[in-house]
Design a protein around this ligand. Structure first.
Ligand code: KIV
Ligand code: ZN
Length: 519
């Protein structure tokens, strides 16, 4: 290893696998594609794209990400089962740099209750499955599930077996988030010192955050010689989540004096990808979340504001720009003209046809009539909303809602369905329920609503609401989004958009079945 390789911390992102495993965080195929391509572009070294054996959807997503990745290694997860490993190998095979990541439990508690195997049997499983994986690809990661509750002696035997069988990366997870930093360090020190060929492989951390120690423990792993950290955007993941990628990257970038390493991640993309993942998973980021929370760079108290005005480093250890926070700029109001709006769109990175621009300008004027200050975020929400609903077969035409204490709440709605206008009225338990019941009356369906999430785009009572809904049908999930200053209108757009996606999916599935039947 050259000295720069020695200091390089490989960032392994598992947002699309461990992150997506958190209850309620299921992402659609398109969302996974968008997140993966952003991670790839921003310099994440390895993307764990999913668990191919888990479902057809997971397999398709991993294969597509593997085909499209430009730089990153694409990993697919597999249990220590031959069928899993074969499926993972199949899913990642088109990647420029494929990896199979296979794992087995090693702790006595898992061996007794989960695996019902003894230590020698598990050693044999490691030998067989790592060998199988290595025959499919040169890059094989082996993980000892529940490593931190495994005796060091047995763990070292397992690692030795995995290396002898061809593993190139050894990951020792704190699966249950139980360790403190010193113990996690000690486990790696012991294993690295007691396994003969440990210098031939890369060691990796994988920390869960049940005690809020995932990032601290991952950094302790670095001190013990690990050079790969497994983490997720916003710390998404099983139970309390995983180590947060943005915190790891910024700790290394900011504390070079204590952490003399580097990552390849472009930190100015952190805010963007954080929002993307929050929206896709439907898990809002807590306001005071380190690095990407709304308040992470806000200074409210008089003393802090005074200090900041004199010199930013009085209370700021990193700049907002370094993580991609842009100063919220006041765009314009209802007197702003076409030219200024066009310039603003260009600034925000939108490239539009004339027709698209005309539509966006009309919508901007409508918004500026309702809302005193129009911010960058408002324009982004407006254009994204316009693009999301442009070609949909079902479109909302009008909506009137009667809400309040009297009940039952009532919605009267007109939808345009394939060019024909249909109007229905429905009541419900609250205005959202009434609105969704009106949609169901016009577009009957059995899909289950699994998420309804509302977030304000900016501050203020006239802010636009950004609504996300997720719906599940036949084990597959679609997401719909809508933005409007009226929360009920935004909710309708989101629900209708999800229904449109379901219709597209049904057509696609029906076509695939016809092709399959034709052989
Ligand atoms: O937490 C864990 O042990 C895991 C393994 C599958 C790597 O996620
Ligand atoms: Zn995990």
């Amino acid at each position: 290893m050259s000295s720069s390789d020695k200091d390089h911390v490989v960032i392994f992102d598992t947002t699309l696998r461990d992150g997506e495993q958190s209850p309620g965080a299921t992402m659609s195929f398109d969302e996974k594609m968008e997140i993966a391509s952003t991670l790839d572009e921003m310099g994440v070294d390895i993307i764990e794209a999913g668990f191919p054996i888990a479902s057809e959807g997971d397999f398709e997503a991993v294969s597509e990400i593997a085909k499209n990745a430009k730089n990153a290694v694409i990993a697919g997860l597999a249990r220590a089962i031959p069928g899993d490993i074969a499926r993972a190998g199949e899913a990642v095979k088109h990647a420029k740099r494929p990896r199979i990541h296979t794992f087995v439990s090693t702790s006595p508690i898992h061996l007794e209750h989960q695996m019902r195997k003894n230590e020698d049997e598990v050693l044999e499983i490691i030998a067989a499955t790592v060998t199988q994986a290595r025959n499919l690809t040169d890059d094989v990661e082996w993980s000892a599930m529940d490593a931190t509750r495994t005796s060091h002696e047995y763990l070292a035997k397992c690692v030795d077996m995995a290396i002898k069988s061809g593993a190139t990366t050894i990951n020792l997870p704190d699966t249950v988030g139980y360790n403190v930093a010193e113990e996690y360090y000690e486990m790696f020190r012991y294993v690295r010192e007691n396994v003969p060929d440990s210098d031939k492989v890369r060691f990796s951390t994988h920390c869960h955050n049940d005690l809020g120690l995932a990032v601290a423990n991952s950094l302790a792993g670095l001190e013990a010689g690990c050079r790969q950290i497994e983490c997720t955007i916003n710390g998404l993941g099983e139970r309390a989540g995983n180590a947060a990628l943005e915190e790891i990257v910024m700790a290394i970038a900011t504390r070079g004096d204590k952490l003399p390493y580097y990552t390849n991640v472009d930190s100015t993309q952190l805010m963007k990808v954080s929002r993307m993942v929050a929206t896709a998973a439907g898990f809002p980021v807590q306001f005071n979340k380190a690095i990407v929370g709304q308040n992470a760079f806000a200074h409210e108290s008089g003393i802090h504001q005074d200090g900041m005005l004199k010199s930013a480093d009085t209370f700021e250890i990193m700049t907002p720009e370094s993580v991609g926070v842009k100063e919220t700029s006041l765009v314009m109001g209802k007197h702003s003209g076409r030219h200024a709006f066009k310039e603003k769109l260009k600034d925000l990175g939108y490239d539009m046809s004339d027709n698209e621009f005309q539509d966006a300008f009309v919508r901007f004027k409508e918004l500026a009539d309702k809302k005193k200050h129009v911010y960058d975020e408002d324009i982004e929400a407006l254009v994204d909303d316009q693009r999301a609903h442009a070609d949909e077969r079902i479109q909302m035409v009008s909506l009137t809602v009667i809400a309040g204490t009297g009940g039952p709440q009532k919605a009267t709605m007109t939808l345009d369905i394939d060019g024909e206008q249909v109007t229905k009225e429905a009541t419900g338990d609250g205005p959202v329920d009434a609105t969704f019941n009106a949609i169901k009356a016009m577009v009957p369906h059995e899909a289950k609503l699994t998420l309804y999430n509302v977030q304000a785009v900016t501050a203020g009572t006239d802010a636009q609401a950004h609504v996300s809904v997720k719906m599940e049908e036949d084990g597959k999930t679609v997401t719909g989004r809508g933005a409007d200053t009226d929360t009920m209108v935004a909710s309708t757009k989101a629900y209708v958009s999800a229904l449109n996606k379901l219709m597209v999916r049904r057509t696609r599935t029906a076509k695939a079945e016809i092709f399959d039947a034709a052989g």
